[in-house]
Design a protein around this ligand. Structure first.
Ligand SMILES: [Zn+2]
Length: 96
């Protein structure tokens, strides 16, 4: 039963997240309207900023395969290993 409620919660979170993602570009557009009331403008700014805080940009990129940054370019060795401290791609040969 616990699993079921967990799933429902994540789905609800997803729905909220999705609506925020869909609204964010629209809200940014609204900021360009000169006749927009100052109070609405402030609310939108806060919402957009909040949305940015919840989702750090390009987080999914780190999970993709990339060329090893330490190999010669002509080798183009693909890797899923990433150096933690500088987040650079690394093949098995260079990964310590
Ligand atoms: Zn390498």
């Amino acid at each position: 039963m616990a699993r079921k409620s967990e799933k429902a919660l994540s789905r609800k979170k997803f729905a909220i997240k999705l609506s925020e993602d869909l609204l964010a570009p629209w809200m940014k557009k609204c900021l360009n309207i000169p006749t927009l009331p100052q109070s609405t403008r402030t609310i939108i700014r806060e919402l957009v900023k909040l949305d940015l805080n919840i989702q750090p940009p390009k987080q999914s990129d780190s999970k993709k395969r990339k060329n090893c940054t330490f190999c010669q370019y002509n080798l183009r060795r693909m890797t899923r290993n990433f150096y933690q401290t500088c987040s650079r791609a690394m093949c098995g040969e260079h990964h310590v």
